[in-house]
Structures are given as structure tokens and as C-alpha cells.
Design a protein around this ligand. Structure first.
Ligand code: C2E
Ligand code: CA
Ligand code: CA
Ligand code: CA
Length: 274
């Protein structure tokens, strides 16, 4: 066969028809999943380096598909956003995360990922307030993780929703920091409580180079703006060492713990805060 680069592989890619068919099927499956409650939350510990203690957990959604097993959010969140199904799913995530947090010992925080589409919904703040009051947790324990893409649609409206949520006492974190086009300018536009440094910067630390200078720049800037910092995807002690030295205040990653099943969280808390 002739070697013609990309075209070589084209044969193995699903046709456009096939892709469209799979998409339609997944959308139908997502609707069933919402109806039948096929989602579950895993919780990954967030650890404070400055206080040397467990601070809270990030809620990460999983889909227990009856045929395909556990499906990663990377597979279905984009389609859920496109189809608007992220609204009922996102509502469930907030409710479920608050409900679980209410069962944990202490004042541990619970972080929830909120997608841009949810910010377009006028009901977001109301739903979040409902989830908080039903669960009985202090609003300060709930942290919403947003990415800068929420600003693309409507900056004014997004900012007013953020302020409204902030006034409820909820914390706001800027997720995946540094991966967008203009991360710095968004730091100026809203007083985030926390900046989550994207995993790609942490991975860079292993490759020598000037990765640590980037970490230092971000932590210095965040500190100057009065924002907390957290590094994602910390996998080895070498990375931890540099993060500590460069002043990063919190970490999350396999080194400390993988995401845990909800039913194992309380036990984990007992073991890790003695
Ligand atoms: P994210 O918000 O950046 O979440 C962190 C992801 O990194 C999680 O993947 C987590 O399991 C993974 N991770 C944590 N520590 C490590 C590590 O040390 N090494 C490596 N290689 N990975 C690590 P996950 O759970 O597959 O979630 C992927 C993405 O899906 C999340 O990225 C988030 O953007 C989205 N997502 C998850 N849950 C929700 C949700 O409830 N709502 C929305 N809208 N999006 C969600
Ligand atoms: Ca996140
Ligand atoms: Ca992230
Ligand atoms: Ca990420």
C-alpha cells in the first residue's frame, strides 16, 4: 500500500455516519442515565502543604453504564454540554456533593466542577442555594471550580452570577489555570478564592527546564492578589518538593490519593486526620 501519511489511518477511523450514530446513541443513553440514576461521584482529597492537613475533596463524576462499565467524564461531559443535558446532570452533582459533604467529619470543603453552560442558566444560583440548605452544610464549605471559558459567552452576566454566588458565601476557584488564551486577564476581572494550576505545568517539572519558574510566577502572582493556590496532578515526590519550595499552598494528585469512591471517603478522613 502507498504511504500517504494521515490517509493511511483514515481507514481505521469511524466514518462520519458512524460518528453521528454513536453520538445519537450516547445522547439517548445519557437521558436514560439521568432518568435511572446511573451517575456516581468519586472524591479526590485536596491537601494543604502550608497547614499540612487534609482540606477537602473534589467531586468527580463517573457514569456507571450498564453495558460499557465506568465511563470517564472526558467521554461524556462535552456531549452533555452540547445537548444541554449538563443542566440536570450538573444540578445532581451539586446536590449529591453537598449531601456527601454533610456526612464528613469536620469542616472539610467540597469542590464541584461547573461547566460554562450551567452559567448560562438563570437558575444556577438558586439551585446551588437549594442544595446547600437541603444538605445543611455551611456555604463556605462549597467551592465551585470554573474554567476561563465561562467568560467567553457573556462577561457581564458571568461576573454578576459569580458575585451573586460569592455573596452566598460560596468559594470560587479558577480551574486549569494557564491553559487558556488569556488566563492572566481573567485573574484581574474577578477575585477568585483559589487558582488551580493545571496538571500540564506540574508534569513539566519532571523534565527539568524552567517549569519551576512558571510555578513560582503563578504562586507569587496569586499571593499578591490574595488568592490561594493548588497544583493538580502531583504524582511524584520530586514534583512535590519543587511545589513546596516555590510556595504552592495546596496539592491534589495520585501521590496523595486517587479519587475515592464516595463510600470510602469517611474512613479515609478518619485515617488521615487521626
Ligand atoms: P479536572 O477538573 O481538571 O479534574 C482533574 C482530573 O485529573 C480528574 O480526572 C482526576 O481524576 C485527574 N487526576 C487527579 N490527580 C491526577 C494525577 O495525579 N495524575 C493524573 N494523570 N490525573 C489526575 P477525571 O475525574 O477523569 O475528570 C476529568 C475532567 O472531567 C475534569 O477535569 C473536569 O473537567 C471534568 N469533570 C469531572 N467531573 C465533572 C462534573 O461533575 N461536572 C463537570 N462539568 N465536569 C466534570
Ligand atoms: Ca476541576
Ligand atoms: Ca483542573
Ligand atoms: Ca485539568
Amino acid at each position: 500500500a502507498k504511504r500517504d501519511g494521515k490517509a493511511n489511518y483514515h481507514f481505521f477511523e469511524p466514518s462520519l455516519d458512524e460518528q453521528a450514530r454513536r453520538r445519537r446513541q450516547m445522547e439517548l443513553d445519557l437521558r436514560t442515565a439521568i432518568r435511572d440514576g446511573q451517575f456516581t461521584l468519586h472524591f479526590q482529597p485536596l491537601y494543604s502543604l502550608s497547614e499540612e492537613r487534609l482540606k477537602g475533596f473534589e467531586a468527580l463524576i463517573r457514569w456507571e453504564h450498564p453495558e460499557h462499565g465506568l465511563v470517564s467524564p472526558v467521554e461524556f461531559i462535552p456531549l452533555a454540554e452540547e445537548t444541554g443535558l449538563i443542566l440536570p446532570i450538573g444540578e445532581w452533582v451539586v446536590r449529591e456533593a453537598c449531601r456527601h459533604a454533610a456526612t464528613w467529619d469536620g469542616d472539610l470543603s467540597v469542590a464541584v466542577n461547573v461547566s460554562p453552560k450551567q452559567f448560562g442558566s438563570p437558575e444556577l444560583a438558586t439551585k446551588i442555594l437549594q442544595a446547600i440548605s437541603t444538605s445543611g452544610i455551611a456555604p463556605q464549605r462549597l467551592e465551585l471550580e470554573i474554567t476561563e471559558s465561562i467568560f467567553i459567552a457573556n462577561v457581564e452576566k458571568t461576573l454578576s452570577t459569580l458575585h451573586r454566588l460569592r455573596n452566598l458565601g460560596v468559594k470560587i476557584a479558577l480551574d486549569d489555570f494557564g491553559t487558556g488564551y488569556s488566563s492572566l486577564s481573567y485573574l484581574r476581572s474577578f477575585p477568585f478564592d483559589k487558582v488551580k494550576i493545571d496538571r500540564s505545568f506540574v508534569q513539566d517539572l519532571a523534565n527539568g527546564g524552567n517549569g519551576h519558574a512558571v510555578i513560582r510566577a503563578i504562586t507569587t502572582l496569586a499571593e499578591a492578589l490574595g488568592m490561594d493556590t493548588l497544583a493538580e496532578g502531583v504524582e511524584d515526590p520530586g514534583q512535590l518538593d519543587i511545589l513546596r519550595r516555590e510556595g504552592c499552598r495546596n496539592i491534589q494528585g495520585y501521590l496523595f490519593s486517587k479519587p475515592l469512591q464516595a463510600s470510602n471517603v469517611q474512613q479515609w478522613i478518619v485515617e488521615h486526620q487521626g
